[in-house]
Design a binder for this molecule. Structure first.
Ligand code: NAD
Length: 375
């Protein structure tokens, strides 16, 4: 089969597959076309792709020659128009929010797979691009905070006296939150962590953090390990607890999300105004509304001498390893659909393949996406 890798546009620095992932595909008997300059911003030259066994081509040729196209961000309407019917597409489609895109893909008879909806089962862990990107985001969030903070992260005993360590508060202990905890601890900060899922307490303590408990959280086992919307009474108790801890912190890293919903509001304007001058808030949930009331998505602002960074796209700033992880995850997913002879083999019996497919044969086939969209 022929697979094409498209170049990303705009502020995106990553590429879906680096040359090392391309050489894995070539060993799987796959022919690979790469759009000219696709990897440049992730420091992968066209020459490196050629060495890995790919052919470099113009966008239009990559689209017309390939049976499968892989990219990170959704294709444009122009690209969809250029695709042949029945092309297989792998990308992060964000299908619950990109309704028009999903409809276009169904109309054009594209078999699309959205890598952000891969079921979160243990067998799919090696394919989970959300975990990989959350790892990058949690790490970069802490480095950004440390860079902006007007004081040290670690404790220092110096001839000029003792420097106390920075206090970091992390809201949400999912993949990004746990990575932020581990990175903050490596830099020597004292770290506290909030989450509504009691199951993460052990992991938080194991990584050297203090788990702050608020009683009365709804921890729904049926939500598959995810958080669910909380009661108003709990939200009030939680806001009070977050306030008490935030005003003593130097850094707050916000990572709390509820899949398919607006992010929970955990850090009010009143709390921000009571924080120490010079404190830093990094809001990784900015694109889904933010955990902090003052956050502006894709903007860095100062409110009452507190810096608030609304950034949900830190992986763009670490394109080498972010692309490497994205490519490895994607290849692990692809292995479910490629035969020993390098041919495409759509196995509907596989729950991961079925659970990731959004459109096929002119239809929206993903049950949850279909329930919110009618073609
Ligand atoms: P996420 O990005 O959806 O949310 C981040 C964290 O915010 C979660 O821990 C969540 O509990 C927390 N949160 C939500 N509302 C909150 C509130 N009001 N107050 C405080 N915290 C709140 O989560 P994620 O990082 O994508 O991971 C969620 C779960 O999925 C974890 O249990 C993780 O282990 C699991 N997971 C499984 C796989 C797999 O098996 N393939 C892969 C990745 C993650």
């Amino acid at each position: 089969m022929i697979i094409g890798i498209l170049k990303e546009e705009g502020s995106e620095n990553r590429v879906a597959l680096l040359p090392e992932s391309v050489s894995t595909l070539v060993k799987m008997m796959i022919t690979v076309y790469v759009e000219k300059d696709a990897g440049l911003r992730a420091f992968a030259s066209d020459a490196a792709y050629i060495e890995a066994g790919a052919t470099i081509a113009a966008k239009a040729d990559v689209i017309s020659e390939s049976e499968m196209l892989i990219r990170i961000n959704p294709p444009s309407e122009t690209e969809i128009a250029q695709m042949k019917e029945k092309t297989v597409l792998l990308a992060v489609l964000n299908p619950f929010f990109n309704v028009a895109l999903v409809k276009s893909l169904a109309q054009k008879n594209i078999t699309s797979f959205s890598l952000d909806v891969i079921p979160r089962t243990s067998r799919a862990q090696s394919m989970d691009i959300l975990s990989s990107m959350a790892t990058v985001a949690g790490y970069k969030a802490v480095l950004t905070a440390a860079n902006m903070l007007p004081k040290f992260f670690p404790m220092f005993m110096t001839a000029a006296g003792t420097i106390t360590p920075a206090k970091v508060l992390i809201l949400g202990a999912g993949v990004a939150g746990l990575q932020a905890l581990a990175t903050s601890r490596k830099l020597g900060a004292v770290v506290e962590v909030f989450d509504v899922r009691a199951a993460v307490k052990e992991e938080v303590v194991g990584l050297g953090g203090k788990f702050v408990e608020v009683e009365g959280a709804i921890d729904d086992k049926a939500a598959g390990g995810y958080a669910v919307e909380q009661t108003d009474d709990f939200k009030k108790k939680q806001a009070a607890a977050v306030h008490d801890h935030a005003v003593k912190s130097d850094v707050v890293i916000c990572t709390a999300q509820i899949p398919g919903k607006k992010a929970p509001l955990l850090l009010t304007k009143v709390t921000v105004e009571a924080m120490k001058p010079g404190s830093v808030i990094i809001d990784l949930a900015a694109s889904t509304g933010g955990n902090c009331e003052v956050t502006q998505n894709d903007a860095s602002i100062i409110h009452h001498e507190v810096k608030i960074i609304g950034n949900s796209s830190f992986p763009v700033d670490m394109p080498s390893d972010a692309s490497k992880m994205f490519g490895k995850n994607t290849i692990n997913f692809l292995k479910l659909m490629i035969s020993a002879k390098g041919e495409f083999n759509l196995n509907w019996q596989d729950d991961i393949v079925k659970g990731t497919c959004v459109t096929h044969d002119h239809e929206i086939v993903h049950e949850r996406v279909k329930s919110i969209i009618t073609v």
